[in-house]
Design a protein around this ligand. Structure first.
Ligand code: A3P
Length: 342
């Protein structure tokens, strides 16, 4: 990754969310599993979800979160891409990777890593480093500045993330499209007859009961922080990238500390990044069509599962107008007064 300038260290804790240490951070591997068993659990999604500090996780993911809080050591130069699943994580990983490494990996190079590696594997998750074939020790061995990703709610990122001044790019998406994308993904992963219906998924999502949910709380914490400290948290929406990807590429480059030079501007580098990372380009590559990763517990995620339609507004093909209006009302109410709208 190209070297962004060191961010100014943060001395205060973020607005609107607690990011304190917790006694759970010191759990041994054995007591961690026992601890998870003691937490509230609820059925409904293909895998039961467990509630931890007001958010819902499947067991694998929660183990990852607790291990990350124990073993992951942030560095001031880290850039963390934060999302809820199905909000465009794969796309953001591709864009940020292309922007940040462009001095090392020429965008038109025939051996550009994005042509042969899945974006999900180029940027490892803090809480599921195994997806990129790594563990926390290997994350620790990566050279700075590291480009990392997370689905963790802001309040669960280790407090050092904030005190060190790590920069965070948060990407969210219209909750209706996120839910539709989620439902398709869950049903693809389950691969059996227990397909979840739109009605059931909708009801649970509206209650705030969804993987990494409540959806609105996850967005709101990062949103508030981005308002209070725009130099620390860049808040993006899937829809705005769709509308003008080149504009977002420029914003990303500046935020990562590697702004486009005048020459790059005149050569159309922003558009070049956007094209390299476009849905059309990525889905034509073999690496994004075949292969996958075994997550254990009978969960196998094919590389192709991260690409479906890549459109804005597909929700209208899967839920009624009334359902759309109901979800909009709930989300509006939850976000009221924050300035965040979908
Ligand atoms: P859909 O299911 O609506 O098509 P995530 O990466 O967070 O899992 O999100 C997956 C969603 O992002 C899917 O949405 C997928 O198609 C879409 N997506 C993946 N890569 C994309 C790209 N390069 N451009 C636009 N959308 C993309």
């Amino acid at each position: 990754m190209a070297q962004p300038p060191a961010a100014a260290p943060r001395t205060s804790s973020p607005e609107g969310a607690t990011t304190q240490s917790s006694p759970d951070d010191a759990l041994s591997e054995e007591s961690l599993k026992e601890f998870i068993t003691s937490l509230p659990s609820r059925e409904g999604w293909p895998q039961p979800l467990i509630q931890y500090k007001s958010y819902w996780f499947n067991r694998n993911m929660l183990e990852g979160v607790l291990r990350a809080r124990r073993a992951f050591a942030p560095r001031a130069e880290d850039v963390i891409l934060a999302t809820q699943p199905k909000c465009g994580t794969t796309w953001l990983k591709a864009l940020a990777f292309a922007v940040a490494t462009r001095s090392r990996h020429g965008l038109g190079a025939p051996d550009h890593p994005l042509l042969t590696r899945h974006p999900q594997h180029l940027v490892p998750f803090i809480e599921i480093p195994g997806v990129a074939g790594r563990d926390h020790a290997e994350l620790g061995a990566l050279p700075s500045p590291r480009l990392l990703a997370t689905h963790m709610p802001m309040s669960l990122l280790t407090p050092e993330t904030w005190s060190l001044g790590c920069r965070v790019v948060y990407l969210c998406r219209d909750p209706k499209d996120t839910l539709v994308s989620r439902l398709h993904f869950e049903n693809m992963v389950a691969q059996d007859d227990s397909a979840l219906s739109m009605e059931d998924a909708f009801g649970m999502f509206c209650e705030g009961f969804s993987p990494k949910g409540p959806f609105w709380d996850h967005c709101l914490d990062y949103w508030k922080e981005s308002m209070a400290r725009p130099d620390t948290v860049l808040f993006l929406k899937y829809e705005e990238i769709k509308l003008d990807p080149a504009r977002v590429v420029k914003m990303l480059a500046s935020f990562l500390g590697v702004p486009l030079t005048e020459e790059e501007e005149s050569c159309g580098v922003a558009q070049e990044v956007a094209t390299l990372c476009s849905f059309e380009k990525l889905t034509r590559l073999q690496v994004n069509q075949v292969g996958g990763v075994d997550h254990g517990n009978k969960v196998y995620i094919y590389n192709s599962m991260f690409y479906r339609k890549g459109e804005v507004g597909d929700w209208a093909n899967h839920m009624s107008r009334e359902m759309g209006e109901k979800l909009d009302r709930i989300v509006q109410e939850k976000l009221q007064g924050s300035g965040l709208v979908f």
